[in-house]
Write a protein that binds this ligand. Structure first.
Ligand SMILES: [Zn+2]
Ligand SMILES: [Zn+2]
Length: 299
């Protein structure tokens, strides 16, 4: 984060925001700056990438699904934007430790013991490490004693949109993001690569909520894509993973995505449309008349 902080100091904060008497490396100034940069960065990534995905990738027919909620997109955005500032507080504590030099982040490729191959290896190990940690944290959040406290709000969205990607309770959001922040304290990592991975992580998180269920055939059993994560939202205790299906397979929680077997949410919408069971606003006629859908697992 010191790279981002340096740019912010140079072009905005030092000339325009802070009094000249505040040194750039003062602790309070660094914490305040990190809070601003982290919140702005998270909001821009979430809203910007979320909007691109929502308008250009997300299939809006999914909004006709009986489990799609009233005003859901607005509710997802509101929930995420309320949680992000809270998530940023402990996150900034970790960024501050990193800026003060307590992490293993390095500036130059020459600092990597293995040079460029070292960078490539650290990218792989970052993905494997965070995938493993998120799997177990996510499973822990599903424990019956914990679930209702922190993780349930993310499961309100049975048919998520890209804006559900960051719609977490603050504790849930921080815990699931923790592996990304812990990694550079445990393993060496290039600073620029860390920033790129941070952006990638945000893109991926949005992508598994974007309703684009396509995965190359050869990768369906390896990659945890939107089809896999949609089944997590629909059927609850399957496909906890983030990038890969590895830990779901090892942990016995893998479920082959219903969307890839022609039984996904879009097929449900098309069947209801063909049967004339969808009312004008996308709700089923049963819903519109006050009856609830069966076969839905809420917890
Ligand atoms: Zn979950
Ligand atoms: Zn989700």
């Amino acid at each position: 984060m010191d790279l981002v902080l340096n740019v912010a100091d140079r072009y905005v904060l030092t000339p325009y925001v802070y009094p000249a008497s505040w040194p750039e490396d003062g602790a309070l100034r660094q914490i305040l700056s990190l809070l601003v940069v982290t919140n702005l960065g998270a909001a821009i990534l979430y809203l910007g990438l979320g909007a691109i995905s929502y308008f250009f990738i997300f299939d809006h027919d999914l909004m006709k699904h009986p489990h799609f909620l009233e005003n859901q997109v607005l509710r997802e955005i509101k929930y995420a934007m309320t949680s992000l500032p809270w998530i940023s507080v402990p996150t900034v504590a970790l960024f501050f430790a990193e800026v003060r030099g307590y992490s293993k982040l390095y500036d130059n490729v020459g600092d990597s013991p293995l040079g460029w191959p070292g960078l490539f290896l650290s990218m792989i190990s970052f993905l494997l490490f965070t995938d493993m940690c998120i799997y177990w944290i996510h499973r822990f959040l599903h424990h019956k004693l914990i679930y209702k406290l922190f993780h349930k709000p993310h499961h309100i969205w049975k048919i998520p949109t890209p804006f559900a990607s960051h719609a977490f309770h603050p504790v849930d959001g921080f815990l699931q993001g923790l592996p990304y922040h812990i990694y550079p304290f445990l393993f060496p990592l290039h600073k620029v690569l860390y920033l790129l991975l941070y952006v990638f992580v945000n893109i991926w998180t949005i992508s598994i909520h974007d309703g684009d269920y396509r995965v190359p055939d050869t990768l369906t059993s390896v990659i945890n894509g939107s089809a896999h994560h949609t089944d997590h939202h629909l059927f609850f205790d399957y496909n906890y993973g983030q990038y890969f299906t590895l830990w779901d397979r090892l942990g016995g929680s893998y479920r082959h995505p219903s969307a890839l077997m022609g039984k996904g949410p879009l097929e449900v919408v098309r069947r209801l449309q063909a049967e004339g069971k969808l009312s004008g606003r996308g709700k089923t006629k049963e819903h519109a008349s006050g009856h609830t859908q069966n076969g839905r697992k809420d917890e």
